[in-house]
Design a protein around this ligand. Structure first.
Ligand SMILES: Cc1ncc(COP(=O)(O)O)c(C=O)c1O
Length: 281
């Protein structure tokens, strides 16, 4: 049975509740971050908490905790659970509001630890499919709790037997996935959108690994270019580094994970083995 941290208390997961006048419920006001463990230890904990702080700053939500205090609550919640590997959601809600509109000024902290889902191995060996979904994320760069577009996009993805939806804007440029960042090898260069995206922690790890091996370009990628890319992969906390071999009905490259993508997967595997003594997948 899982244990969550809810606004100052550790409670059994099934007893976790939130007052209905919390602005997260009635106005969608709040931010969150998601991290995972490797060998029971959080991957880049402080980087995730720093991003949570930036997300809160972007929507004028004042965190009542220092990053060290947040890290302490995360570690305490983790230690009260005993999953082999965990997802850790750190959520800061807008807090209660007596008129259901104006914040009373006491945001709530939630730390939700759940078992890490096991993803199908073939995604990584054979490569997976994504669809494109036309939208422009509001508050780009911020992990606000509003993932309505993501929910709609993922429903479409599932109907098309795809594992992720990648946002394209109305000008026809690829931005990012619902919970992933996007990379393409175009003319032997590694290209990834540089602006109007959430700066993924996994993305940064992969960029650090890639920089000694490939020229890197940070720029917009048109859908046309994307479909003609030699290789595509996506990165994110939940999916790691995942090769993409099909976008909508178009097969990418020769329809198999490309050699550069496989090399980066290998480098990530070595990093995780070295730091945590376990596999990245
Ligand atoms: C919109 C969006 N882009 C990118 C990412 C990938 O970020 P990370 O690698 O830190 O998980 C996420 C993560 O949830 C996301 O929500």
């Amino acid at each position: 049975m899982g244990v969550f941290y809810i606004d100052g208390e550790f409670v059994p997961a099934e007893k976790a509740v939130l007052p209905v006048n919390d602005l997260a419920v009635v106005r969608g006001l709040g931010v969150f971050d998601l991290m995972r463990t490797y060998n029971g230890k959080p991957f880049f904990l402080m980087e995730h908490l720093e991003r949570l702080q930036r997300s809160a700053d972007r929507i004028d939500l004042t965190l009542r905790w220092s990053l060290d205090e947040l890290a302490d609550v995360v570690m305490q919640t983790l230690s009260r659970n005993s999953y082999a590997e965990s997802n850790i959601r750190v959520v800061v809600t807008g807090g209660s509001s007596s008129d259901f509109i104006t914040p009373d000024g006491r945001p709530r902290l939630l730390v939700l630890v759940t078992p890490l889902p096991q993803l199908p191995g073939w995604w990584y060996t054979d490569g997976a499919k994504v669809i494109t979904f036309c939208t422009r994320r509001s508050l780009t760069g911020t992990k606000s709790i509003n993932y309505i577009q993501a929910t709609m996009a993922l429903r479409q993805a599932r109907q098309a037997d795809a594992v992720e939806a990648v946002y394209k804007d109305s000008d026809g440029y690829i931005q990012e996935g619902t919970t992933t960042n996007v990379f393409a090898f175009i003319d032997e260069k590694l290209v990834t959108p540089g602006g109007r995206i959430l700066s993924g922690i996994t993305r940064q790890v992969v960029l650090d690994l890639a920089k000694d091996h490939y020229p890197i370009e940070f720029r917009d990628i048109s859908v046309d270019e994307f479909l003609k890319a030699h290789e595509i992969f996506i990165t994110g906390t939940s999916k790691g580094l995942l090769p993409i071999v099909q976008v909508n009905e178009t097969i990418i490259g020769d329809g198999k994970p490309g050699k550069h993508t496989r090399k980066l997967m290998q480098l990530l595997e070595e990093l995780v083995q070295l730091q945590f003594g376990c596999s990245a997948v």
